[in-house]
Design a protein around this ligand. Structure first.
Ligand code: C5P
Length: 217
């Protein structure tokens, strides 16, 4: 029997990562934050001083990443930097990078680590490309202004002094790149349930998600 997969996709700062964590905990499933893979490729290149626009180097970097590298990178605080995020958004448009990371993601979904009974994957193309047969597909979103406000508050919380217009422009640029790229653009799967949480509390979002999950698994 294939292990059930819960695919959670959505744009930056939509709250999909937090939701994925809570859903995985509620179901006792393994969790893979697939954005960390693209961030890991970008961070490795930045540290090696390699130009992020070099598609061949990006593909080679993605191919060379081992499960141990990924585990180490997911604990690296620099993975969360804005420079890493925009680097990730650039390298993620390279078809060779996406192809190199595809097997890792599918393998995680098919064989969740620790023998757990299922997997939650969150990203941009889980329901459309990585796990098109997932029994549960959620597309989590919020208006770009609400997402920029969340990001702004997060940066302030870290003691930074951001400019709201910059944060908003950055969010729009990332949305643009993610939705307009030729390969695996950010788009809801035709059978995804869309949760727009612009006016929802975190608890309402979790309840809505678990309602869908329990109806399908
Ligand atoms: O979700 P997160 O902000 O960590 O993702 C960083 C970048 O990685 C995104 O802007 C997107 O370009 C890319 N990404 C992707 N496909 C995924 C996950 C992330 O293209 N499944």
């Amino acid at each position: 029997m294939p292990r059930p997969v819960i695919a959670i996709d959505g744009p930056a700062a939509s709250g999909k990562g937090t939701l994925a964590r809570k859903v995985a905990a509620a179901m006792g499933y393994a969790l893979l934050d697939t954005g960390a893979l693209y961030r890991g490729v970008a961070l490795t290149m930045i540290r090696a001083g390699v130009d992020l626009g070099d598609a061949e180097a990006a593909t080679a970097t993605a191919r060379a990443l081992t499960a141990a590298d990924i585990d180490r990178l997911t604990h690296d605080p620099d993975l969360r930097l804005d420079t890493t995020a925009s680097g990730a958004s650039r390298v993620s448009a390279v078809p060779g990078v996406r192809q190199a990371l595809l097997d890792f993601q599918r393998d995680f979904a098919a064989n969740p680590p620790g023998g757990l009974p299922g997997a939650v994957l969150d990203g941009r193309d889980i329901g459309t490309v990585i796990c098109p047969n997932a029994p549960v597909k959620l597309f989590v979103t919020a208006s770009v202004t609400v997402r920029a406000q969340r990001r702004f508050a997060e940066l302030q919380g870290r003691g930074e002094n951001p400019d709201f217009a910059d944060v908003l422009a950055d969010m729009q640029a990332r949305d643009d790149r993610d939705t307009k790229r030729a390969v695996a653009p950010l788009v809801p799967a035709s059978d995804a349930v869309i949760i727009d949480n612009s006016d929802m509390t975190p608890q309402q979002v979790l309840d809505a998600a678990l309602d869908v999950v329990r109806g399908r698994i």
